[in-house]
Design a protein around this ligand. Structure first.
Ligand code: NAD
Length: 338
């Protein structure tokens, strides 16, 4: 079988997850890596036996590529994805799709026009507890979600923002704890509820990070077309990264997901519990546990879609639902204007 020729753009913190995943797949071969910081590109190229570039345009011109992984600061996601689409290259992009909704919609449209696949990373959907809860909602044992809440209490020191030239900024990160960290738990809740938000209220604050301007604390409420209500709370001011928690009250029972476990209690008193069983496709150990461990599973799904044996699951079009909600959360808040 002809291997899919892949490249990774952005060789920072998350890139190892993508590079190791590509290396583990028999459908793919890593051809090139790119980072404007040459030392990062060179290091990744050496480690994974690929060519190194500092300019992705040059890489697109010189290499025959089928797919690129975008692991860049948020404001570059749709810009680079669109250049790839125009070059006929499939894209798998890290979350979020974009720092605004309109650019994400335009990117989805362009991918369609160029007849290429566009995937967006939401790896937490592939955790065993997430899969079980979604199944139980769909098969009717839990039934529809009536009410949900998500809680994220994590730790990001001032240096996390101080050491980065894009994190903690409106123009390059597009926000703080919501668009970068809580996006995963909000995506899960939004996926479980599976209806259109009709009203979004939010309150965002920067309580303890004087060296950056975006929110480190957020709470709010989302009302959905089907009557469901979601409340969310997120903050980066805790002393450590606690497991995220999602609680759902459904037609026929309730579910509590806390990072590696789901406990479902049905209205008849029976209980179903599942622990996360991460599929150890890659040996990468640089990833933090609280990211979830299913990047490799989602990346493999993307490649299975590229070779035509599966339908792409988290496409750009699918990811737009959460992108829209995230953008509405920012729209309702005044912090940006302060
Ligand atoms: N899914 C997850 O759980 C998860 C976890 C961490 C990060 N992420 C996401 O991954 C993305 C990258 O985050 P990170 O923490 O690795 O950031 P990072 O700052 O560590 O890495 C970004 C890299 O991009 C490079 N870069 C910047 N502009 C470039 C350009 N024009 N061309 C080529 N390279 C360029 C930088 O030099 C840097 O090495 C973000 O979207 C982030 O939200 C996702």
């Amino acid at each position: 079988m002809k291997k899919i020729r892949a490249a990774v753009i952005g060789c920072g913190i998350i890139s190892g997850m993508h590079l190791d995943s590509i290396a583990a797949l028999h459908e793919a071969e890593l051809v090139a890596v790119c980072d404007i910081r040459e030392e990062r590109a060179l290091e990744a190229a050496k480690m994974y036996h690929a060519k190194s570039y500092t300019d992705y345009h040059e890489m697109f011109e010189n290499e025959v590529l089928d797919a690129v992984h975008i692991c860049l600061p948020h404001y570059l996601h749709t810009v680079v994805a669109e250049d790839a689409f125009r070059a006929g290259i499939h894209v798998i992009c890290e979350k979020p799709m974009s720092i605004n909704y309109e650019d994400a919609v335009a990117a989805v449209d362009l991918a369609e026009q160029c007849n290429v696949k566009y995937a967006v990373i939401f790896q937490c959907r592939y955790n065993t507890p997430s899969i079980l809860v979604k199944e139980r909602i769909l098969d009717g044992r839990l039934g529809k979600v009536k009410c949900g809440r998500t809680t994220l209490t994590w730790y990001r020191p001032n240096d996390y923002y101080g050491d980065s030239d894009w994190k903690g900024t409106w123009d390059k990160e597009g926000g703080g704890v919501i668009i970068n960290q809580a996006i995963h738990s909000i995506d899960l809740a939004n996926w479980f509820i599976d209806s259109t938000p009709i009203e979004v209220q939010s309150s965002l604050h920067n309580r303890n990070h004087p060296n950056m301007v975006v929110e480190d604390t957020a709470e709010g409420l989302v009302k959905y077309e089907n009557g469901a209500i979601l409340s969310f709370f997120a903050m980066n001011n805790y002393l450590r990264n606690e497991p995220i928690e999602i609680r759902l009250l459904c037609e026929n029972g309730s579910a509590i997901l806390s990072y590696d476990e789901a406990v479902i209690t049905y209205n008849d008193g029976t209980v179903e519990t599942v622990k996360n069983q991460p599929q150890k496709i890659v040996s990468y150990t640089g990833g933090a546990d609280y990211w979830g461990t299913q990047h490799a599973v989602q990346i493999h799904q993307f490649y299975k879609a590229l070779v035509g044996i599966e339908k792409l699951e988290i496409s750009g079009k699918e990811a737009l639902k959460t992108q829209r909600l995230i953008c509405d959360i920012y729209k309702d808040c005044k912090l940006k204007e302060l």
